[in-house]
Design a protein around this ligand. Structure first.
Ligand code: GLC
Length: 553
């Protein structure tokens, strides 16, 4: 497919975590009809594409990322009819729908795995990755699952281990076995023929495991050990030939541990694999040696270095994505902004959107981000629901006793994936207008003042700023195509860059601190006008607390 049909380069994507977006039938769980009810809100916001987290049948060990049937809808989310209705209603409003494709692994309750584990001769045996243990009843190698513990699970029935890079209820599919790939492509065509507009591909950089390494120990931790494996590009090219190239769709690969070089292959402008990828270096700037469970605060220079590297590395070669948060990450305003006063919260949320989304790449807004929703205020570990957080608490506090419960609670409140998963705050009624029943996970106590209804009425709200910014992102050619050049690279407080084409240029300056900063505005071209800013009046040469300003010529 030629570059001319790259509509997704000028689209703004909005991620919906279905379970927490809107409950229409009063069971405490978000659902498809709930999304349909809110399409007018999304249309008003101005987004072009909705990415839905998995809506397929699933036992829910990892909130739907463990799929037991790819072609049916999870009962608590609704029916296939509800989905078709949602798709029609979205399309009627010119909003596209992209589905989550989780094919690195299935649920252990998927019929393929149920068969596979029955006996070694079963025709589905090779759909998954089975190996003998090492002597002394040890797993085949020392790989660890992303949710802690060994990545191998012993199965007494056939006396072998199967590989699971996530929970033991998420066995990894064996992509080297051709029938697996054929089945996946068939399922993808089935959804595309229904009229969906693309896929977000879950941990797609992990699908090709080097079979020689499966029985060898490694000192690489976590999923990196099998990222960007030997045949991953071959498989994605095959998928592109057999499926993707036949439809005018967008695809985005979640590619943990991707490098710029790899990304230029996955998401090359020539389009032989994916439309774009998610890279996670930005999400690691406040991680410590042992990962995410720590107190570390980010440094602006680290953020800038990551953004610079990817802006420069992909330019003219490949297409990228821009995101500050998603369903696996804490809330952007709590993490990179300032929630210590309402004024700072409002200003810093707007500033962060400005700093990131005017770079090159497709912007992804995560539900509630447009309201400045914040990290959770849970006090006890029992309030958390996420398998990753609960496993980590159990491992470090209860088993290893290497972290005290007070410290771990601080870390979990800072980094847990549940920070993103609390119910969407629609209004100030009970349960934030999310559900008539008690939600599956607690609502943030700030919903009475922080909600969509309040912000729709307030002209100075974060929501209104996002609306205005989104309009710019969709219409502005310089934002889409412009080359990136950074100013003041060493500043620990200001993030300042220009984007330019032959047609014109924009200059962006953002203050990441609450202290006033001096800014030499000679970098702003003569005759430039203010395109957007988060203060009513901008004083030349001075950047106020969390101020963002954009000029265009
Ligand atoms: C991705 C998803 C995450 C899930 C994991 C396993 O990283 O975003 O939520 O737990 O894959 O499917």
């Amino acid at each position: 497919m030629g570059e001319s049909s790259c509509w997704w380069r000028k689209s703004v994507v909005y991620e919906i975590y279905v379970r927490s977006f809107k409950d229409s039938n009063g069971d405490g769980v978000g659902d498809l009809n709930g999304i349909t009810e809110k399409l007018d809100y999304l249309q008003n916001l101005g987004v072009d594409v909705l990415w839905l987290t998995p809506i397929y049948e699933s036992p829910g060990d990892d909130n739907g990322y463990d799929i037991s049937d790819y072609c049916s809808i999870m009962k608590s989310f609704g029916t296939m009819k509800d989905f078709e209705h949602l798709l029609n209603e979205a399309h009627r409003r010119k909003i596209k729908i992209v589905m989550d494709l989780v094919v690195n692994h299935t649920s252990d309750e998927h019929s393929w795995f149920v068969e596979s584990r029955k006996n070694r001769d079963n025709s589905y045996r090779d759909y998954y990755i089975w190996r003998d243990g090492k002597e002394g009843n040890m797993p085949p190698n020392n790989w660890t699952s992303c949710f802690l513990g060994s990545a191998w699970q012993y199965d007494a029935q056939t006396e072998q281990y199967y590989l699971h890079m996530f929970s033991k209820k998420q066995p990894d599919l064996n992509w080297d076995y051709e029938p697996v790939r054929k089945e996946v492509y068939k399922m993808m065509r089935w959804w595309l023929d229904k009229g969906i507009d693309g896929f977000r591909m879950d941990v797609i950089s992990l699908i090709s495991k080097d079979s020689r390494m499966l029985c060898e120990d490694s000192n690489i931790k976590g999923h990196t050990v099998c990222a960007n494996g030997p045949r991953v590009h071959e498989y994605l090219q095959e998928m592109h030939r057999e499926v993707l190239s036949n439809y005018d769709i967008m695809t985005v690969g979640e590619t943990p541990a991707v490098t710029v070089r790899e990304a230029c292959q996955y998401a090359a402008n020539q389009q032989s694999e994916l439309s774009m990828v998610f890279q996670f270096e930005l999400m690691d700037v406040d991680g410590g040696e042992s990962g995410k469970w720590n107190d570390k605060k980010y440094q602006l220079q680290d953020v800038k270095a990551v953004l610079r590297k990817w802006q420069e590395g992909l330019y003219g070669q490949a297409w990228g994505s821009l995101f500050w948060n998603n369903h696996d990450q804490p809330r952007v305003v709590s993490r990179f902004g300032d929630t210590s006063t309402k004024e700072y919260w409002n200003k810093s949320a707007k500033m962060l959107a400005t700093a990131l989304y005017l770079l090159q790449g497709t912007p992804y807004i995560y539900q509630g981000e447009e309201l400045g929703m914040t990290n959770l205020d849970f006090q006890s570990i029992d309030e958390f629901r996420d398998i990753e957080s609960l496993n980590a608490y159990q491992e470090y506090v209860e088993k290893e006793k290497s972290i005290s419960s007070e410290d771990m609670m601080r870390y979990v409140r800072k980094s847990s994936r549940d920070n993103a998963r609390s119910p969407m705050q629609w209004d100030d009624s009970e349960n934030a207008g999310f559900s008539a029943a008690e939600p599956w996970i607690g609502v943030h106590s700030n919903y009475q003042w922080l909600n969509a209804k309040q912000q729709m009425e307030d002209k100075d709200s974060i929501l209104h700023y996002y609306q205005k910014l989104i309009r710019i992102l969709r219409e502005n050619n310089i934002v889409c195509d412009g080359k990136f050049q950074e100013f003041m690279e060493d500043s620990p407080a200001l993030y300042c860059y220009r984007r330019f084409t032959q047609e014109g240029e924009i200059v962006v300056c953002c203050n990441f601190t609450k202290e006033e900063q001096a800014w030499d505005e000679r970098v702003v071209p003569e005759g430039a006008d203010i395109l957007i800013g988060n203060y009513e009046k901008h004083q030349r040469g001075v950047m106020n607390a969390y101020e963002a300003i954009v000029y265009q010529r």
